[in-house]
Design a protein around this ligand. Structure first.
Ligand code: COA
Length: 257
């Protein structure tokens, strides 16, 4: 697939994916969502990729939301489909990525943009970042998982206030309420993400996949996260990484995963 709205680069085991529609503040139109689906799916299948870093082009926006112009005339059925397809093809896909996904939030992360950042496993924001779910101001609600993931990250009360007022929070406030893991300067944003990635790269990729599945299981209705943890824990014992990790410990050397 030839990408029009995203840039991809593979470097040192990390797949960099940059949303590249700066003239529209990287708003997520259909084409961009399809490209993201393709790039993430390809990254999962690529054995050289251990981590994925997602960011937006430019110094103003990570993603300013779903493309409002594209859905302004949608019917009820079209609206429902827009949400369902987005959930399946991008937002749940990223959340359930077997490889760690880090969002470098480099500016506005609004609506679908914040939902995209929230579907990533770790969020690092630059000091100029502004985050919010402004949908109710458009007469709609967050439809790419925002009503669920924001409440998971910051608690129900704060999530409802952010959704009902459509207020944006700045990077410091986002950090205070647990919406982002770290705040840094815009210049240092990618470096900070790469520092986290460097630590992850010294650990077992397979164990990390099992951990992602276990943590996510706790947020799925009707699934017992503890039971999933038991299963995933057991599976680790059959992996080469487990053998290497435990052998390295006994031999008092660093594990080579
Ligand atoms: N969908 C479609 N286009 C968008 C967009 C979105 N979510 N967000 C920004 N754009 C476009 C603007 O229409 C404008 O395009 P144009 O130059 O062709 O007119 C361009 O991006 C630049 O945005 P602009 O509004 O001029 O920048 P600003 O600095 O004045 O304002 C924002 C920045 C983020 C406050 C403002 O763009 C905004 O409110 N965007 C919508 C946010 C939103 O409601 N997102 C949730 C969608 S569900």
């Amino acid at each position: 697939m030839t990408y029009e709205n995203i840039l991809t680069e593979k470097k040192n085991g990390t797949q960099y994916i940059t949303i590249n529609r700066a003239s529209k503040l990287n708003a997520l139109n259909k084409q961009t969502l399809e490209e993201l689906n393709h790039a993430f799916t390809a990254s999962f299948a690529d054995a050289e990729v251990r981590t994925i870093l997602l960011t937006g082009d430019g110094e103003k926006a990570f993603v300013a939301g779903a493309d409002i112009a594209e859905f302004a005339n949608f019917s009820i059925e079209e609206g429902k489909r827009l949400s369902a397809v987005g959930h399946d093809s991008v937002f749940n896909l990223i959340e359930n990525s077997p490889k760690p996904v880090i969002a470098a939030v480099n500016g506005f992360a609004l609506g679908g943009g914040l939902e995209l950042a929230m579907s990533c496993h770790i969020r690092v924001a630059s000091e100029n970042a502004k985050m919010g779910l402004p949908e109710v101001g458009l007469g709609v609600i967050p439809g790419y998982g925002g009503t669920q993931r924001l409440a998971q990250l910051v608690g129900k009360g704060r999530a409802l206030e952010m959704i009902m007022t459509a207020d944006m929070v700045n990077a410091q406030e986002a950090h205070r309420i647990g919406l982002v893991n770290h705040v840094t300067t815009l210049e240092n944003l990618i470096t900070k993400c790469e520092e986290i990635i460097a630590k992850i790269h010294t650990k077992s990729t397979t164990a990390i996949s099992h951990a992602i599945r276990s943590v996510n299981a706790g947020f799925v209705d009707g699934v017992n996260g503890y039971e999933v943890e038991i299963e995933e824990f057991g599976k680790c014992f059959g992996t080469a990484d487990f053998k290497e990790g435990t052998t390295a410990f006994v031999e008092k050397r660093k594990a080579n995963f």
